[in-house]
Every structure is written in structure tokens, then in C-alpha cells.
Design a protein around this ligand. Sequence first.
Ligand code: HEC
Ligand code: HEC
Ligand code: HEC
Length: 218
Amino acid sequence: MSARLRGTSLRHLVCCLCLLLIFPTLPAGADDRSWLPLAKDGLRDPGGPAVKVLQQPADALSPLAPDNAGNQVRWVRALRDGQINPRSSLRHPLNGEKYDKDVLLNLNGGMPVVRFPHSVHNEWLDCTNCHDHLFKKQRGATKISMFLILQGEQCGVCHGAVAFPLTECARCHSVKRSDALAELEREAAAKPSPTPPFEPAPTPSTRPSAGKTEGKAR
Ligand code: HEC
Ligand code: HEC
Ligand code: HEC
């Protein structure tokens, strides 16, 4: 009898320990998030009617994939997981041109290489949001700089304004230099393809600073 009792309580103890181990670790990160209520966000007139009509940020955003920066939603994941399904237009859908190429930037800097993913951007944006007033449609043709980005130009038109903030260095500077060079070499070896999806990069003779890789070098 007592042996059975001991067995049961041991099992209970083990269960309790498991629950203790599981529960605090699961929701923590996600539930740390908090958003200012509309009346206190400093954007809206706290006495105005909108504050009573609009959905509170915490209600709208807390079910979405968590992030620890910006507005605390990992938007790309929320979209991929089907948590949101944005309309491309209020009236008719945009024609949704497909272009998924990743462009590697910053091949010669001290920071890790930047992977610019067209795929992620084209799920929300139209080519004309960037081309050609922000970036020319040719790798290396636009002089992109962190200085301008921090001033709200180039990537900074959106990042730090409506997309994840510029403090998340590693989300852009995400590729080890050696991996990036290997990737470019593989890409060069795969050419000539029957229908190249983009203009070949300029030859080194027209761009004195370019090394033997064909990426952007400066
Ligand atoms: C939204 C994307 C993005 C974020 C976030 C970002 N960078 Fe950059 N960064 C770039 C791009 C694009 C370039 C220019 C690449 C080129 O030269 O073609 C660049 C260039 C740089 C350069 C100059 C080149 C080099 O590597 O020496 C430095 C330094 C730099 N970034 C540091 C940072 C630091 C530090 C942070 C975080 C505080 C940061 N960046 C966040 C996109 C980003
Ligand atoms: C969020 C901004 C943004 C959007 C939206 C965007 N692009 Fe780009 N695109 C870039 C950047 C940045 C580069 C690299 C520019 C550089 O290296 O100077 C680039 C480069 C390119 C290149 C040249 C690639 C190469 O390897 O030479 C092509 C082609 C291109 N884009 C086509 C498109 C098309 C088609 C769309 C729409 C379906 C599109 N882009 C949407 C930012 C964007
Ligand atoms: C026209 C607006 C716009 C411009 C310009 C822009 N982005 Fe973005 N970017 C977005 C949006 C919107 C998202 C998705 C929302 C988010 O992640 O905050 C995004 C997402 C990303 C992601 C993916 C983040 C993830 O969670 O996977 C990377 C990496 C990125 N951008 C890099 C860049 C770089 C580098 C540049 C400049 C060469 C740039 N972006 C220019 C709007 C822009």
C-alpha cells in the first residue's frame, strides 16, 4: 500500500516537475510583448472618436508571430504561416510579377555580406516601390551605403520606418563572406543559362574596383 502510494506520488512529482519545466519556457518570449493602447500612443487624440472605434494594437498583434524588435511582430513569418493575408489592392489585384532572386550586397565591407531577398519583398510590394527610383535593376549599378540607409534613404525608406528597424544588423548582414563568395562562384559557373533572368554583370575592365567575383565591389 505504502509502496504504491510512494510510486504514485513520485509519478506526480515527476509530472509536476515536467510541467514546471515546460510551462515557463513555452510562452515566456512571446508573452513579454506589450503595446501602448491607442489613447496613449502619442499619435491619436485620446479624446477623439477613433480611439473607441479602432482595434487596440495588443488585440490585433499579440496572436501574430513574435519578434523582439520594432513593432514586435515577425511579419515575414506571419505571412508565411498564413496568419495574415494582405490584399494587394483595394480594388483590383495587382498583376503580381514574380521575381525571386536574392541579391548579395556589400561584398567588400567589414560587416557580413547583405542578402537582399526579392522573394520576401515581392510578397508585399510592387517592383515600382523600389525600381528604379531607389535601386536600378542591375546588381552593383546603385551605390548603396549604410550612411544613406541610416538617413532614411535606400533600404531605410522602409526599414526603421515601416519594416524591421536598422538596429537588427544581422537580419540584413546575414551571410558569412566566404559563403557569399562561394555562392557567387556557383552562380557564375551555372551560367551561361539559356535565358538569363538579368543582365550579365559588367566586366572588371569597366569597373576597376571589381575583384574576380562579379558582385558589387567597393
Ligand atoms: C535593412 C538592411 C540593413 C540593416 C538592418 C543594416 N545594414 Fe548595414 N548595410 C546594408 C547595406 C545594403 C549596405 C551597403 C552594401 C553595399 O555596399 O553594397 C550596408 C553597409 C554597411 C556598412 C559599410 C560596409 C561595411 O561592411 O563596412 C557598415 C559598416 C554597416 N552596414 C554596418 C551596419 C550596422 C552596424 C548595422 C546595425 C546597427 C547595420 N549595418 C544594419 C544594409 C543593412
Ligand atoms: C524592396 C525593394 C525592391 C523591390 C520591391 C524589387 N527590387 Fe529588384 N532590386 C532591389 C535591389 C536592392 C537590387 C540590387 C541593386 C544593386 O545591386 O545595385 C535589385 C536588383 C534587381 C535586378 C538585378 C539583379 C542582378 O543580379 O543584376 C532585377 C532584374 C530586379 N531587381 C528585378 C525586380 C523585379 C522584376 C521586381 C518586381 C517583381 C523587383 N526587382 C522588386 C530592390 C527591389
Ligand atoms: C519599399 C520598402 C522596402 C525597402 C526599400 C526595403 N525593404 Fe526590406 N522589407 C520590407 C518589408 C515590408 C519587409 C517585411 C516586413 C518586415 O520584415 O519588417 C522587409 C523584409 C526584409 C527582410 C526579411 C526579414 C525577415 O524577417 O526575414 C530583409 C533581409 C530585408 N527586408 C532587407 C532589405 C535590404 C537589405 C534592403 C535594401 C537593399 C531593403 N530590405 C529595402 C520593405 C522594404
